[in-house]
Design a protein around this ligand. Structure first.
Ligand code: PLI
Length: 472
């Protein structure tokens, strides 16, 4: 792996708590890694959202924050950055990605309308459903096959999309959503060819095309690497080419833009922008700050420019690739090809003895924490099942790499931890859910193990014997 294109100027101490404390912390957290205190975590791979390191240029820019309620200089600098890098005409800042999704869903979705998308993202789907819409998965089938070595598993199935558009008619579809580096499938990119074909279909049917551009930079790198014809294009040009295909985009800037908070909706249509600006004052703030501070807008404007720096973006992808290779070499089942921002472990194949309704990915995330203080995130039935709908889809644990934060040694420690759990995987039992929140349950659900987790050998033997009905 190439050395990172940055060096470290400020450090944050981290501590590996002893195993007894980790076991205690896990129980206190209801076996949900979201509910752990970060003080109890050693390597935090929960998410790449808001966890990146700011650059010296971002920190310096923050000093220029204009905190005026209206007409802030920082807003205009942000607008210029969005315009220069992506080209969209109207910018509506929000506090983070889900703020943008909320506004867009309220403006575009009429009750009963459909939103076809390449797979789902948790908050994106929730806002569509809360606005009365129905989410329709039109991802290519290989998106849900963890070992399918397809280069563009983030593509939309064009025939499936056309069927939905024909059956529902333009009034039946609120918008089509395509997500860059499809998070829930493993950070998998779409090709520009596919995006163009989706553009043509949506145009023919008179339906808006909205990009979830949260990880557009990594998607653009994969286009350069895997799609013939773009290898010599500067990254900025590929990003712009993607942005040019869509009517608008939502962004969680907490990922590619390296900021701890912030997001936005950007659209080209004047009337749609007006509707969004009418609503932003109700839910986020004045259109010139949209729920973030002037100094946040400065960091974001600078971060947007850095997100088109190919060396920066490539390093993130290479870190994920390196961790993926270490796991693959040890036989750990992971999603292939390794995607943009994370390595996704296939919990169904890792823990074949745990039925999906006993939450294998949640159990595995708990075990990784117990084994090495490594925090990961469940991306399986807990995140994916919506309401009473049946779920037999992907069951993954995401090891997500914050940008510009961890070194190769950290990643190697993480690999050792995962491999160690893999070697004793028969000692990872399923879980039972004991508290289920009403919305987005994965954030705050609580669990109990069905048997002691990574129990000491003697305890494990006793338990297994009990399972078999033997007396010990
Ligand atoms: O977490 P927000 O509200 O800034 O953004 C929501 C959101 C929208 N789209 C996509 C593709 C996301 O990945 C996303 C947030 N992702 C999180 C928090 C993650 O851990 O992946």
């Amino acid at each position: 792996m190439r050395p990172p294109p940055w060096k470290i100027k400020v450090v944050e101490p981290i501590v590996l708590r002893d195993r007894e404390r980790r076991r205690e912390a896990l129980a206190e957290a209801g076996y949900n890694t979201f509910l752990l205190r970060s003080d109890d975590v050693f390597v935090d791979l929960l998410t790449d959202s808001g966890t990146s390191a700011l650059s010296q240029e971002q920190r310096a820019a923050m000093e220029l924050g204009d905190e005026a309620y209206a007409g802030s200089r920082s807003y205009y600098r942000l607008e210029r950055a969005v315009h220069d890098v992506y080209g969209w005409r109207h910018l509506i800042p929000t506090h983070q990605g889900r703020g943008a999704e909320h506004l867009l869903s309220r403006v575009l979705v009429e009750p009963g309308q459909l939103v076809p998308s390449n797979l789902y993202f948790t908050t994106s789907r929730e806002h569509v459903v809360l606005a009365g819409g129905t989410w329709v998965d039109v991802a290519v089938p290989e998106a849900s096959v963890t070992d399918a070595l397809a280069p563009f598993k983030g593509n939309i199935d064009l025939a499936a999309l056309e069927r939905v558009l024909m059956a529902a008619g333009p009034e039946g579809v609120a918008f089509v959503r395509q997500e860059a580096c499809l998070n829930m499938a493993g950070g998998q990119p779409f090709s520009l060819e596919n995006l163009r074909a989706v553009r043509a279909l949506t145009r023919a049917h008179g339906v808006p095309l909205i990009l979830d551009a949260t990880r557009i930079s990594e998607n653009a790198v994969f286009v350069k690497d895997r799609e013939p014809g773009y290898e010599h294009w500067p990254l900025q040009r590929v990003i712009r080419e993607i942005a040019d295909q869509v009517d608008g985009a939502v962004f969680s800037s907490k990922k590619d833009h390296f900021v701890p908070i912030g997001g936005f909706v950007a659209v080209n249509d004047d009337e749609l922008a007006e509707r969004l600006r009418e609503l932003v004052v109700v839910y986020e703030g004045f259109p010139h700050y949209g729920g973030i501070a002037g100094h946040d807008m400065e960091a974001l404007a600078q971060g947007i420019r850095e997100s088109a720096d190919e060396a920066m973006v490539r390093h993130e992808i290479e870190q994920a690739g390196h961790l993926g290779r270490l796991l693959q070499e040890a036989g750990v089942p992971i999603v292939l090809p390794v995607g943009a921002h994370a390595v996704f472990v296939d919990a169904k194949r890792f823990l074949p003895h745990v039925a999906q309704e006993d939450f294998p990915a949640q159990a595995l995330a708990a075990a990784l924490y117990l084994e090495g203080g490594v925090r990961s995130m469940e991306r399986g039935i807990v995140s994916g099942q919506h309401g009473d709908e049946a779920y037999d889809g992907l069951e993954l644990v995401r090891l997500t790499i914050p940008r510009r934060v961890y070194t190769q040694e950290h990643l190697e420690f993480v690999a050792d931890t995962v491999i160690s759990v893999f070697r004793q995987r028969d000692r990872v039992p399923g879980l039972r859910m004991v508290y289920e929140p009403l919305y987005l349950r994965f954030f705050q659900a609580r669990f109990e193990p069905l048997a002691p987790l990574l129990a000491a050998r003697s305890e494990h033997v006793a338990h297994t014997a009990r399972d078999r009905g033997a007396t010990t």
